[in-house]
Ligand binder design. Structure first.
Ligand code: SF4
Ligand code: SF4
Length: 107
């Protein structure tokens, strides 16, 4: 069950104030306009986990994605978000709870 919790748990972006050089690039580049530099954690629903801030941070270890206390590679988070997004669509479609296209209408 721990692995299931890991899959379902939302990743968060965490800053390490001891390593950060306060360049502000993470806040400038965030497509959701989050003030990443001045947040210890970005956990809000506004973060789309795009990993742009983490990938563009010039200082190693200043910004990282975590699930719980475990730091994860940005590529893993991106793949996880894609799998969760499309996986949930296909699961709901398979259970006939969701349709991608509306039923055709006959005139
Ligand atoms: S992961 Fe993307 S949306 Fe989230 S804080 Fe970083 S740049 Fe902004
Ligand atoms: S991009 Fe990295 S080093 Fe620059 S302010 Fe953000 S966390 Fe700090």
């Amino acid at each position: 069950m721990i692995w299931l919790k890991g899959i379902l748990q939302k990743p968060l972006v965490a800053t390490n104030e001891n390593v950060c050089i306060n360049c502000g690039k993470c806040s400038e580049i965030c497509p959701m306009n989050k003030d990443v530099k001045n947040s210890s954690f970005v956990t809000s629903a506004e973060c789309i986990n795009c990993q742009t801030c983490v990938l563009n941070c010039p200082k190693d270890g200043a910004l990282e994605s975590r699930i719980g206390k475990k730091a994860l590679k940005p590529l893993f988070i991106i793949i996880k978000v894609i799998v969760m997004f499309f996986g949930s669509i296909f699961a709901f479609q398979g259970a006939r709870l969701y349709k991608l296209l509306p039923q055709s209408t006959r005139l």
